[in-house]
Ligand binder design. Sequence first.
Ligand SMILES: Nc1ncnc2c1ncn2[C@@H]1O[C@H](COP(=O)(O)OP(=O)(O)O)[C@@H](O)[C@H]1O
Ligand SMILES: [Mg+2]
Length: 309
Amino acid sequence: MNEQPAVVARGLRKRYGDLEAVAAIDFEAEARSCYGFLGPNGAGKTTTMRMIACAMPPSEGQLDVLGLPVVGNERRIKARLGIVPQEDNLDEQITVVENLTTYARYFGIKAAAILPRIGELLEFMQLQEKRERKINELSGGMKRRLMIARGLLNDPEMLILDEPTTGLDPQARHLVWEKLRTLRRQGVTLILTTHYMEEAAQLCDRLVIMHEGTILVEGRPRELVAAHTSRQVVEVFDPPVETEKDLDKLSGLADRFERLADRWLFHTDEGDALLAKVRALPLDPGSVWLRGGTLEDVFLSLTGRRLIE
Ligand SMILES: Nc1ncnc2c1ncn2[C@@H]1O[C@H](COP(=O)(O)OP(=O)(O)O)[C@@H](O)[C@H]1O
Ligand SMILES: [Mg+2]
């Protein structure tokens, strides 16, 4: 059976006054997959998530979520969704279990079912020991996990996560990834935004790279890497001034050459050959490095290295 897509967007737009935050995007997220939105700040990721979550209507275009057009079906759709917004919005003054209870009531979960469900979710997110703690006693990683637990209270078919791991340390991030992979295996559709390339590469079946309200590319992470980067990159850190002339000559041998403040990058499909030439120069061998092309290279070549704050 061909299951209908979890989200379908056609010519989807959102304007805030004169600003077009989402400018006619098209995408289709398969049910039971993890679909990612990668992009720098201001790309329009949160705006897109909020429209999918029925928190605000599109300005124009088609948006179907779980088989229903969003406009007019907000309540029906919301009942089947879990939402983990970009900012934690837990009530800091009350405990973990009180936060979840309040939310569960809001979803109309039967009183007798609330505590068992909370117990299950705290165990799943490895928070059972924090059950009676106030929110302001939790670490950033624990709060994020609690936000995910809260998003799962109504046993949603689809979970929308806006930057689920921003600001977390690597341990906390890996734990969140593990839980998201488990949910995905259980058949929950995941829609997530991130600006961590590794997160997108690890979790997403397919992803889009957004920039200034538009979708630049769409595909499987590995296909995007294959299509939009060279196979390999030779990096030279802090190249000494006297090698500048030689490196300039070598740059012509690369498919693409980037000169950054502290590094030179040779993008090439013939990494070993280029590496041998670079190594022949009077350089500290420790400053030369050959690596594979990554999603980060795709991202930076498409959206630029300019810092957006
Ligand atoms: N409520 C709002 N009113 C006006 N402009 C907004 C609002 N929310 C977001 N924007 C603007 O829309 C653009 C996209 O924002 P957003 O969707 O939050 O991007 P992202 O999540 O990718 O960082 C930005 O230029 C942002 O300043
Ligand atoms: Mg955002």
